[in-house]
Design a protein. Structure first.
Length: 553
């Protein structure tokens, strides 16, 4: 039954992966699907969306390519020189007074349809002093087909007046003039000071706070074990937590430092990549701490099988977190996730075609743990080998054999075969055959039986109801007594100790009754009716005679 279930589930998973791969692979960019119209070609300057218009305009302006930047403006009858001047002034206004995150701008070709504006309009709020001024993008049709986003002609008419009415930014109003006048690499010393302070100040504040939390936990948690667990977990979380909070504060401060929009976008991407890595590390360590605490609780309750299942679940969740982090980094890098998912689909096809055994082993390991058949530390017999289970992974079970070799058994093979787990038994059978020598009288045999039964009844480590000793047979070489009892322990060393002591006491009982254990004897005899000539030649016939034969003769 287990074998059938594993094979059915493996086939179902492979079918699902194959379907996912086929569906996703069909979405790979390439030739259009039949029946679907082809989309218009993308704009060469990146003016397909409000986000593309702003970032591409800022990039051209920072490079000093104002003739290119002028193509992002709605001309409205203006000349080329006038448009280039407007592009320069507009870029300066955006760098100084546009403080919203660039990621808030819509990347869709239709713009943000839920902003309360007409479908062909997008708002750009500028904060100049205490006043908020709105500039707008407008969506216009291209002669060659399609549509692009441009800075509206009405907004451009306000740019000269806004440029003349420039007010000091927050940074310029709080920093000394000497820091504002000196510049390095295109940024004033005041901007560099704020940039460094946005990193150092959070670290200098947050690190002592985390140390204070550790000190409070060290004083308030009285239990030594709980205090050690808390301190170990908190120390592993301190750095990721401090780095994550520092990065959030730093990225928020970048908007008022005065970086250009292009630099701000590139900086935000780097910061977001670091944030994804930091959050993934923080989640990874939280999973480790939570699973370690769960394993300790399972250990206190004696649930070794639960500990193994927790370890397996921890690996699965960590793999999932790692995949999410990788996809997040790819998205930040600008890679289209459709391409990445298409790659996953191709991998799914490969798994469906060639990894059926791997899926079978994975499901087999899960079934073994959910059925509570094995747990780490159990002594068991797998594939005709005995040993202790060292680890249960997604693919196999590692067994430390009695010879101290490491045996790896595929989980799918175990799910299809038999598993004998000795660790789950609460008692161990003790069974032996006692052979008394011939010549032992009936009274002596009865005395041995009675004394041994009293010993079995009074022994504290034996199960009273099943313990017995019986006369079974008169064999060719001895009088045989069968001894059977259950030793009430699951620890094999303890069982060996009890068995040794019990057999020694029974040996004393047999000696005290005047009997002894039978010893097989070999004799040489000569037949009385042998031919005289054979005797003269020294030929003899050898044979084995038991004590019973001699007594009978």
């Amino acid at each position: 039954m287990a074998r059938t279930w594993v094979r059915h589930c493996a086939a179902a998973v492979c079918t699902l992966l194959l379907a996912l791969g086929t569906t996703t692979a069909a979405q790979v960019p390439g030739a259009p699907s039949p029946g679907k119209p082809t989309t218009a070609e993308r704009d060469a300057l990146g003016r397909d969306s409000p986000f593309g218009t702003i970032t591409s305009f800022s990039t051209a302006a920072q490079r000093g390519e104002f003739a290119v930047a002028a193509q992002f403006l709605q001309a409205g009858g203006r000349g080329e020189q006038q448009l280039e001047t407007l592009a320069r002034d507009l870029s300066d206004l955006l760098d100084r007074y546009y403080t919203r995150p660039l990621t808030a701008m819509s990347r869709a070709a239709t713009g943000d349809l839920a902003d309360g504006l007409p479908p062909d309009r997008e708002r750009l709020p500028l904060v100049i002093g205490d006043t908020s001024v709105d500039l707008f993008l407008t969506r216009v049709a291209e002669p060659a087909g399609g549509s692009i986003w441009l800075f509206s002609s009405e907004s451009l008419a306000r740019v000269p007046r806004l440029q003349r009415q420039q007010q000091a930014t927050w940074l310029e109003s709080v920093m000394p003039a000497t820091l504002l006048e000196r510049s390095y690499f295109g940024l004033s010393l005041a901007q560099w000071t704020l940039w460094a302070a946005s990193i150092l100040v959070p670290i200098l504040v947050l690190w002592p706070l985390t140390a204070l939390v550790a000190a409070m936990g060290r004083q308030r948690i009285a239990d030594v074990t709980r205090r050690a667990v808390f301190l170990a977990g908190w120390n592993s979380l301190r750095w990721p937590l401090v780095i994550g909070l520092t990065l959030a504060i730093h990225l928020s401060a970048i908007r008022v430092v005065g970086f250009s929009l292009t630099s701000r976008l590139a900086y935000a991407r780097v910061g977001l990549a670091i944030a994804i890595f930091t959050v993934a590390m923080l989640v990874w360590r939280l999973i480790s701490i939570s699973c370690r605490q769960a394993r300790l609780m399972a250990l206190r309750r004696g649930r070794s099988d639960t500990r193994s299942l927790i370890a397996l679940g921890e690996r699965v969740v960590k793999v999932f977190v790692a995949l999410l982090a990788v996809f997040g980094l790819l998205s930040v890098a600008g890679l289209d996730l459709t391409t990445a998912l298409a790659g996953v689909g191709i991998v799914g096809v490969a798994l469906a075609l060639g990894a059926q055994k791997t899926v079978e082993n994975l499901l087999g390991g899960i079934f073994i743990l959910t059925d509570h058949a094995l747990a780490v530390g159990d002594y068991c017999r797998l594939s005709d080998r005995e040993g202790w289970v060292e680890d249960i992974t997604l693919r196999s079970i590692r067994l430390r054999t009695v010879e101290q070799t490491l045996l790896s058994v595929p989980a799918g093979l175990l799910a299809q075969g038999s598993i004998e787990n000795f660790a789950t038994r609460g008692k161990i059978p003790l069974q032996s055959v006692l052979r008394l020598r011939y010549g032992t009288t009936g009274e002596q045999v009865q005395a041995v039986l009675e004394a041994t039964r009293q010993l079995l009844t009074k022994h504290p480590s034996l199960e009273k109801d099943t313990a017995r000793i019986r006369l079974t047979t008169f064999s060719a070489q001895a009088i045989e007594l069968e001894l059977f009892a259950f030793v009430t322990t699951s620890e094999y060393p303890k069982f060996l100790e009890v068995r040794e002591g019990l057999l020694l006491q029974i040996a004393q009982i047999i000696e005290g009754a005047g009997s002894a254990f039978a010893v097989p004897t070999q004799f040489i005899y000569m037949r009385a009716d042998a031919d005289e000539r054979r005797l003269a030649a020294g030929q003899t016939e050898r044979g084995t005679v038991t004590q019973a034969d001699l007594m009978h003769s």
